[in-house]
Design a protein around this ligand. Structure first.
Ligand code: FES
Length: 116
């Protein structure tokens, strides 16, 4: 039996907002030095809102599912929301208990967001 929830597996297998944005307003890239996984987040802001948000990269199920959930949550939100989202919010979105190492996976997309 999988240790991940169905929701995480669904986001991992069918990532939302995976791809690139041509001429994004903001873009950032992070990698996890422990495993080499990488995530790039790109955003287009229009009229003060997150008009488009996409990510790409390679990573484990947790990091890619977290990126998928995060981008899905932020799409269409006011741009101020980009600064408000935090670690607790990410963990809540994933909805499972995470050990120390897996927390780093879950927070990789958030780290990219904070670097924007
Ligand atoms: Fe690399 Fe999860 S194992 S981010």
């Amino acid at each position: 039996m999988s240790i991940y929830s169905e929701l995480i597996l669904d986001h991992y297998q069918h990532p939302r907002n995976f791809g690139i944005i041509v001429n994004p307003t903001l873009k950032s890239f992070v990698s996890n030095p422990l495993c080499g996984d990488e995530i790039e987040v790109a955003i287009k802001i229009e009229k003060g809102k997150v008009a488009e948000i996409k990510f790409q990269g390679r990573g484990c199920a947790i990091s890619l599912a977290a990126a998928s959930m995060l981008t899905e949550f932020l799409k269409g939100k006011p741009k101020e929301q980009l600064k408000k989202i935090n670690k607790e919010h990410m963990i809540k979105m994933l909805g499972i208990e995470l050990g120390v190492n897996r927390i780093k996976c879950a927070l990789l997309p958030l780290e990219a967001l904070k670097k924007l």
